[in-house]
Design a protein around this ligand. Structure first.
Ligand code: IVH
Length: 668
């Protein structure tokens, strides 16, 4: 391919990828499979590698992040990013309309209603359709340049489509946020890594957008919706609704729940309906924003120094309440993390009685300056653990003792320490009873070794009575010993005993996850198990070898190597093995029927994920590559297989459907 051809193909690929990203990330209606999408991106990467000067900032390959910023450059907003006036009742909304009527007598008003998504406000600047800059709201006048980080958001177009792409300048504003599922996944990962979780999706989104390392932002699964034109040259819009339709045409994501209403009554009904639906939304929303639709009316109404007169935020009922801190306790987690928690005077919030709230870590306690006895505002949002939002000021606060993180573990009294660069204090004694309890609970949890009946009451007794000092001791418990525990009848003791015995067969992946190795969550455990095949090989692997596994990387590799460098961990593993705990994956190590064979996977499979299929092939000794060539032995084609299947036919490579593949690997 010569240069002009490459240039044309690059242009074509970028357009296609952008189109498919929009279908996938914004509309949730993909037209092609992940594999086909990967193939387009791979082809583009290949061409850009061959012609590096053709790489432009709006290329989809430039989303991966990797830029590490010293700090963020200040951005002065062309027009201030204001906040919104609040309404907390239907009367407030009627009063809002009455104010509009007084300002513009005789006029009628139409409204656009939008969920008030709880994230952080940003302003995006497009010039001739290309994303030039993205900034945070900051204090409303001065924000921060976070372009590198915003680029990593998949649903954000780096280049606009359609008529808006021709505008000399277009500044749009919107909200960056994290969906609840992404938030929960992130917090799970942070906890597995022994790091402090975020209090809510908004903090997670803000923390991710203000990351110095955009490579981290790229992994955070942020989303964005746009809800305002703040500047356009020339300005083609007449109504707000019209602007939102243009956004969609330009590939700028708009909240799917925005609605256009001819009267305030309709908009009020929307506010009430959305509030009823609140817990079921896939993102956190704290209200509805009502906006006057006609832009000419918006201009005439203008703004105060704080908020526009043409919009109002209808706030949902608070999920917060005031109560008082009785005591601040410190819990010890399975990795030894010391987590401060507040014991509260019980208070009811949204139908549940709350008597505990998390305080996250020492930094958070210091930031809140929360002290025992203080009145506080507590929030309970959906399924997130209740947390303290702020201390309600009162004169007595000053006389109360500031909270100090203990320098010894509250359970085992050994020295606590705070590793350099981390926010979390830790108890360094891995034999600490609190840690042992948490480790046992994790080991037996459903996603790990799945030991039914191994609940908190049992674990507490096992540890307190010194019957179990480490994970391997579990497998030496007998029915009579278990039956001796309080509140455990003979039958329950037998059930628990059987559950423990059955757990021996779970296999390497669940065992690795259950061991509670730092950074090794369920998914990483599966990858490690698939690659190593046996515990023995994993024990012998160096951090460098582990880091080369696709999906592992240096941080995880170091965590694994550090775990197995500790003699006591190796001893526990050896004793688990001696007790009969299975140390291999589903297929015995050494059995490599696919050795030397190269596979390409395409389409979707009904019995496993594509990653699962890949791991499976690797475990059996095979290789998986992304592009079909003459050297490929088999192309495994699932449903909606795309161009790779055609490639296979063209090159005469054998193709297998899912059933044939399962038969080949002995799974059918
Ligand atoms: S309009 C001048 N629309 O709420 C117009 N804001 O309290 C102000 N927000 O800083 C923005 N969803 O970050 C608007 N659909 C929406 C919104 C929204 C969330 C946030 C935004 C703003 C804050 C105002």
């Amino acid at each position: 391919m010569d240069r002009p051809q490459a240039e044309a193909r690059i242009r074509e690929l970028r357009q296609q990828i952008q189109h498919h990203d929009f279908r996938y990330y914004v509309e949730n209606r993909p037209e092609i499979t992940d594999a086909q999408h990967d193939a387009l991106v791979q082809e583009l990467r290949g061409l850009e590698a061959a012609y590096p000067d053709l790489v432009t900032p709006d290329s989809p390959t430039q989303r991966v992040g990797g830029v590490v910023a010293e700090g963020f450059a200040p951005v002065e907003h062309r027009t201030p990013m204001l906040s919104l006036g609040n309404a907390t009742s239907v009367e407030d909304l009627r009063e809002f309309e009455a104010r509009l009527g007084r300002a513009l007598p005789g006029e009628r008003f139409e409204y656009v209603a939008e969920p008030k998504v709880d994230g952080l406000g940003v302003a995006l600047l497009y010039e001739r359709g290309v994303l030039i800059r993205g900034a945070t709201r900051g204090d409303g006048r001065l924000g921060e340049d976070v372009t590198h980080n915003l680029r990593t958001i998949r649903s954000l177009p780096l280049r606009l489509r359609g008529p808006l792409a021709d505008l000399a300048v277009l500044e749009v504003r919107g909200e960056v946020f994290m969906r609840k599922d992404a938030f929960q996944r992130l917090n799970r990962e942070l906890e597995e890594a022994g790091e402090a979780p975020f209090a809510n999706p908004r903090n997670a989104a803000a923390g991710s957008v203000r990351q110095k390392d955009s490579g981290i932002t790229a992994k955070r699964r942020l989303d964005i919706i746009l809800y305002q034109v703040s500047h356009a040259e020339p300005n083609p819009f007449t109504t707000h609704w019209d602007a939102l339709q243009h956004f969609l045409e330009a590939a700028l994501p708009v909240n799917a729940r925005v609605r256009h209403y001819p009267t305030l009554d309709d908009a009020i009904a929307y506010c009430q309906a959305l509030e009823a639906e609140r817990e079921g939304l896939e993102y956190e929303a704290d209200g509805v924003v009502l906006k006057v639709n006609a832009l000419v009316q918006q201009r005439l109404l203008g703004s105060t120094t704080h908020h526009p007169r043409w919009a109002i935020a209808y706030k949902f009922r608070a999920r917060q309440a005031r109560t008082r801190i009785k005591r601040i306790l410190v819990n010890v987690g399975r990795t030894g993390a010391l987590t401060p928690a507040a014991e509260l005077e019980p208070v009811e919030i949204a139908g549940a009685t709350i008597s505990r709230a998390t305080l996250h870590n020492a930094d958070e306690v210091a930031r809140l300056d929360v002290r025992e006895g203080d009145p506080v505002l507590v929030e309970r949002a959906g399924d997130v653990i209740p947390h303290v939002i702020e201390v309600v000021p009162e004169p007595e606060h000053a006389a109360r003792a500031p909270f100090m993180m203990p320098d010894r573990c509250p359970v085992c009294d050994s020295q606590a320490h705070r590793p350099e660069g981390e926010v979390v204090w830790r108890c360094a004694n891995s034999a600490c009873p609190a840690q042992v309890k948490e480790r046992l609970l994790h080991f037996g949890s459903r996603r790990a070794m799945d030991i039914e009946h191994l609940g908190e009451a049992v674990v507490n007794q096992l540890v307190e009575k010194n019957l179990v000092k480490d994970l391997a001791d579990l497998y030496h418990l007998t029915v009579p010993t278990l039956a001796d525990l309080d509140r455990l009848a003979e039958k329950s003791a037998t059930n628990l005993y059987n559950a423990i015995q059955q757990s021996k067969a779970r296999g390497l992946a669940r065992l690795l996850f259950g061991l509670g190795i730092r950074y090794v969550g369920e998914h990483v455990a599966e990858i490690l198990a698939a690659h190593a095949g046996s515990m023995e090989r994993l024990l012998r692997a160096s951090a460098e070898e582990l880091a080369e596994i696709h999906g592992v990387g240096p941080r995880i590799a170091a965590g694994v190597a550090r775990f197995f460098a500790q003699e006591e961990n190796v001893r526990v593993v050896e004793r688990l093995k001696a007790a009969g705990v299975k140390m291999e994956g589903a297929v015995a190590a050494g059995l490599k029927p696919l050795a030397g064979k190269t596979f390409v996977l395409t389409g979707t499979f009904s019995s496993m994920s594509r990653d699962g299929a890949r791991d499976f092939i690797i475990r059996l000794g095979g290789r998986v590559t992304s592009a079909v060539s003459k050297k490929t032995d088999y192309v495994v084609a699932g449903k909606e297989a795309g161009s790779k299947l055609e490639d296979a036919r063209r090159l005469g490579v054998a193709t297998l459907d899912e059933a044939a593949f399962l038969a080949l690997v002995g799974k059918a």
